[in-house]
Design a protein around this ligand. Structure first.
Ligand SMILES: *Cc1c(COP(=O)(O)O)cnc(C)c1O
Length: 454
């Protein structure tokens, strides 16, 4: 046996004690969310009907490090610290001089990074005396994470699941129900937002968010919970990158490029933001690469503008790269990446040139996932398969350039509930939908009126 390590493990006492809040480090003044009625900055009052004060405080906090409640760290112990792997077999298969590392978040109960924030959010709501949470879910990963977190803290959980995923992934629904959640196919006939969108039978995250927000807004016992996009969600995910910094030190390496897939931006922020802090401080020169689907190319083809977070226009306006809140992305298998916008904090970093973005087609993404599974064993979810595609491209570029590039990516979830997608790929039946110029014009024609941003 060689002594070349393939995994770097931390102890439970190395679970971070604080989350990394990048908000005060960001260049320039942060653009506030706006109340859509007045176009004035949205304040705590705009949010308090559906979020607890503790999370609102995190959303706007100027503190650089925010303490993780002991009860949340206690739950994190079940699967954190997560392992960091060196992909030695993949490196050999690619015959690349690059060194490839990945942080694996698929070992959590729900099988993705989502429990890192689900637990923090359920805890904050339970502390505030809330009895129920409503939410949306795309591929089902967020709904399962929140269902389990609600069960841990004694909350009811009601989930609106995007129609195409509800049909493709029945066992994600079973998982949510096993943890005690109620699950509806979205668009449903239980809300005005769902009824109004009945013609979009495949659904979208934007529609499901409108349904869940409506349920929370009309029930004082119930709050709403979002699995991505918002500042406090990105904050909770920074345990990933903090652990990765320690593990890369154990490996004696420093990443040249950090890669994550982007749906709303939370797993990307989770691995990248602790490294971004070092770059903003002038202590490192790491590159950052966000990988998104060509069918929903928010960062690479969207416009930077104020837009709603949901389809019905119930949320505050957020400054972000958007394809328009009316855009209903084609039902690609990476359901978690079918969102018209992205986290404002991540968009600001793309705008500032600190994060690069690339879009990938469905087939090239699955080709990368299969190559990875054959070399490394783990079957990736279709979402992080985009990060793997980007990592393999970086490793091949390093080979062409004859460089020893160090690549770190976030393997943010396993694909055990996505085998119908693998079946379709292996049978040669996957399509490669692209976002057309006509769709772009149509989607952008309906942006809400708001101040332009530069
Ligand atoms: C939810 C999810 C995503 C997309 O959301 P982000 O906020 O961009 O991370 C990607 N991968 C997996 C496995 C997910 O569960």
């Amino acid at each position: 046996m060689s002594d070349a390590s393939v995994k770097y493990l931390l102890d439970e006492r190395d679970i971070p004690t604080h989350w990394v809040n990048l908000l005060p480090d960001l260049p320039g003044e942060p653009l506030p969310p706006l109340n859509p009625g007045t176009l004035e900055p949205a304040g705590p009052d705009d949010l308090s009907a559906i979020f607890p004060m503790a999370l609102i405080a995190q959303e706007v906090s100027g503190e650089r490090d925010i303490e993780i409640p002991e009860q949340v760290r206690d739950v994190y112990r079940s699967w954190r610290p997560s392992p960091l792997f060196r992909a030695r077999r993949l490196e050999r298969a690619l015959d690349t001089p690059a060194r490839i590392y990945y942080k694996y978040e698929g070992g959590s109960p729900a099988g993705s990074h989502k429990p890192n924030t689900a637990v923090a959010q359920a805890f904050a709501n339970a502390q505030a005396g809330i009895e129920k949470l409503s939410t949306e879910t795309g591929a089902g990963q967020w709904g399962s994470a929140l269902a389990q977190a609600c069960a841990l803290f004694g909350l009811e959980c009601e989930v609106f699941m995007v129609g195409s995923s509800y049909d493709q992934k029945p066992y994600r629904r079973s998982l949510m129900q096993t943890w005690g959640a109620t699950v509806h196919r979205s668009p449903s006939d239980l809300t005005q937002a769902g009824t109004a969108q009945a013609e979009h039978a495949t659904g979208s995250l934007g529609i499901a968010i409108s349904e869940a927000v409506e349920v929370a807004a009309r029930d004082p016992r119930c709050n709403y919970s979002l699995g991505s996009v918002l500042n406090h969600v990105l904050l909770h995910q920074t345990v990933i990158g903090q652990e990765a910094i320690k593990q890369m030190e154990m490996a004696g390496d420093e990443p040249d490029v950090v890669i994550g897939c982007v749906g709303g931006g939370s797993n990307f922020a989770g691995i990248a933001f602790p490294f971004v802090r070092r770059v903003l401080a002038g202590d490192a020169r790491t590159r950052f690469l966000a990988a998104e689907p060509a069918a929903c190319p928010t960062l690479t083809r969207g416009v930077y503008a104020y837009d709603f977070g949901d389809t019905a226009g119930m949320t505050p306006l957020m400054p972000m790269y958007t394809l328009g809140h009316n855009f209903v992305p084609p039902p690609v298998h990476a359901g978690g990446l079918r969102y018209h916008g992205d986290a404002p904090m991540l968009c600001g970093l793309v705008r500032a040139g600190i994060v690069e973005a690339r879009a990938f087609g469905q087939n090239e993404t699955f080709a990368a996932a299969v190559a990875f599974a054959r070399a490394e064993g783990i079957l990736p979810a279709p979402e992080p398969a985009h990060a793997i595609r980007a990592a393999i491209d970086e490793a091949e570029a390093a080979k062409l350039a004859g460089e020893e590039r160090v690549i770190l990516f976030n393997l943010c979830g396993h694909g055990h509930f996505d085998l119908s997608a693998y079946d379709a790929y292996l049978a040669g039946e996957l399509e490669d939908p692209e976002f057309s110029e006509a769709e772009r014009e149509h989607a952008l024609a309906t942006l809400p009126s708001a101040p332009a941003i530069s």
